[in-house]
Design a protein around this ligand. Structure first.
Ligand code: AMP
Length: 543
């Protein structure tokens, strides 16, 4: 017997319809790429998204075709996403921080037909254009006045391009499992892999993300997604915010501390989200200028581990609640969020920070397990490490144009992360499975050691890698970038770890470097570091 409810497909453009109907006057304020602030609202944004859809259709873009965007977070990028999805085409966000060769590779792999590009990135594309074979037309996200002279094929300014249609258009109807968006993961080895979101997965992910114990976004919030739309599906915020009817603040291309502060303050932002690097810049700016954050209530920090000192500063100095989150491109991307369940809600001070160092618990729609290398489930005791595996309706089943099976027999996807889960369901990521340090048959968490090192007042950045050791197989090597103008001895740094971790976790040596290599999404590139130190011999190795 089937239920007798309506067949209402979960399509992403319904989110914008809802925002325009119920929250039509709510503003979207952007820092434009041209410079000045720009203000629109959901009702206007929907009208313009419909023009994008109609104009794309006139260009022959149809169901399943990929349309690339190489753009910052602005109202134009947002309406482009909805316009693309509204005809069943697929937004493909290209990360401008990728190496040019990778950009060329993914555009060809995705077979993007149209490229929507911000002024900032026109020069990059001009250099690459003869290798971007499938692109038929470049739409520059600006108006005629700001349109540069360019060699890009059939280049047109976006405003003139959408003005060529009258906007008398209706969204297309199709199955909710139709592809909506694409994002390539910037793997540290091999070619990037294409993750393909569906309308259904995006809508379910947005419902999940908005929940009180997840991001808790509502119509009274002013949401600023600092996380770029080209990174991991914008952590869902391009869909969650309109679904909730929240006001949006879009920071454009300026992500330095002063510019982020200016938007937080001008737009009275109550909720924001980004990687730790962005918040380091903001906190430095606040401190240097003696500023406060009177409007901001909540900040979601993820993408890499949130340093303890950062959580402490946001909460104790600025009165902003920190939600530590973990996720990945393959998960649309949310996996866990660190809101406090009743079991932990009463904690104060250091013990509260201890829990907030964990990456949090999974909302409905994400199931987790940890296993040993053979796939046997490990206990949720907060101590036992295991390979973290996940399943759910917004978790990848397969990569684009790749037949390889990526799920286990129970339908779980191996995240490549290693962690513990405690009895209340809180995940603690201790490592990437390939970065965990295996010393004498035991595992040492490189992330935990890095977090501790970052807490040292002279340390700007830290990485810990396993280096071969004749007796223990691998031992931790601490790689340090000191803050400008600081000097420190190895002993001074190692002393900082004593009493904070088990003695056998203490790094065997410290090396000072000027710079630590990063991936295009800002994560430490441990493959390169490991390669750099592959012949390194510990002073203790003979012992
Ligand atoms: P990406 O797909 O580029 O977003 O990268 C996902 C990976 O980033 C995860 O598999 C983790 O290894 C790492 N990651 C994300 N959030 C966190 C976090 N809060 N703490 C530690 N690692 C994280």
């Amino acid at each position: 017997m089937l239920g007798l409810m309506q067949d209402w497909q979960l399509l992403c453009h319904r989110i914008l319809d809802h925002a325009a109907t119920q929250h039509g006057g709510r503003q979207i304020v952007s820092r434009s790429v041209e410079g000045p602030f720009h203000t629109t609202n959901y009702a206007e944004l929907r009208v313009r998204a419909l023009r994008v859809a109609q104009r794309l259709e006139r260009s022959g873009i149809k169901l399943g075709d990929r349309v690339a965007t190489l753009a910052w977070n602005t109202w134009r990028h947002l309406e482009a996403w909805y316009g693309i999805m509204g005809i069943g085409a697929v937004y493909h966000t290209v990360n401008p921080r990728l190496f040019p060769d990778q950009i060329a590779w993914i555009v060809n792999h995705a077979e993007d037909r149209v490229m929507m590009v911000d002024l900032t990135f026109v020069p990059i594309l001009e250099k690459l254009a003869d290798r971007l074979k499938p692109i038929e037309q470049y739409v520059v996200l600006t108006d005629a006045e700001h349109m540069p002279a360019t060699t890009l094929k059939n280049a047109v300014p976006y405003e003139e391009w959408i003005a060529e249609v009258d906007g008398d258009f209706a969204w297309k109807e199709f199955d909710e499992n139709t592809a909506a968006g694409m994002c390539y993961t910037s793997g540290t080895t091999g070619h990037p892999k294409g993750v393909v979101y569906s309308h259904r997965s995006n809508v379910l992910h947005s419902l999940m993300a908005g929940q009180p114990d997840a991001m808790d976004v509502g119509a009274r919030d002013v949401v600023m997604p600092v996380v770029p739309m080209f990174h991991a599906n914008c952590w869902g915020l391009a869909l969650t915010s309109p679904m909730a009817g929240a006001t949006m603040a879009m920071p454009g291309g300026k992500l330095d501390g002063a510019s982020i502060y200016e938007m937080l303050d001008n737009c009275r932002v109550s909720f924001t989200a980004a990687v730790p690097t962005v918040w380091l810049m903001l906190l430095a700016h606040l401190e240097a200028n003696n500023l406060k954050l009177p409007h901001l209530k909540k900040v979601v920090i993820g993408g890499s581990a949130c340093p303890r000192a950062m959580a402490q500063k946001f909460q104790d100095v600025y009165g902003v609640e920190v939600i530590h989150a973990w996720g990945m491109t393959e998960m649309s991307p949310l996996g866990t969020l660190g809101s406090l369940k009743p079991e932990y809600a009463g904690l104060k001070g250091e013990s509260r920070l201890d829990v907030q160092q964990k990456q949090g618990h999974s909302p409905f729609c994400v199931e987790m397990k940890i296993t040993d290398d053979a796939g046997n489930p490990m206990p949720w005791d907060g101590k036992t490490f295991g390979r973290l595996k996940v399943r759910g309706p917004a978790v990848a089943r397969r990569y684009f144009k790749d037949d390889a099976e990526i799920l286990d027999a129970e339908g779980f996807f191996d995240t490549g992360d290693v962690g513990t889960i405690d009895r209340y369901g809180y995940l603690n990521i201790t490592d990437r499975s390939k970065d965990v340090i295996k010393s004498g048959g035991e595992w040492i968490s490189s992330i935990e050691l890095e977090n501790l090192a970052i807490g040292h007042p002279k340390v700007a950045e830290a990485a810990v890698i396993g280096v071969r050791h004749p007796k223990w197989d691998e031992r931790p090597l601490l790689v340090i970038v000191l803050k400008e103008g600081q000097s420190a001895s190895k002993d001074e740094l190692l002393a900082f770890f004593r009493g904070k971790v088990a003695n056998w976790w203490l790094p065997d040596d410290v090396v000072f470097v000027r710079e630590i290599p990063h991936t295009a999404t800002g994560k430490i590139l441990k493959t390169v570091l490991r390669d750099q130190f592959k012949d390194y011999a510990f002073p203790t190795a003979a012992a």
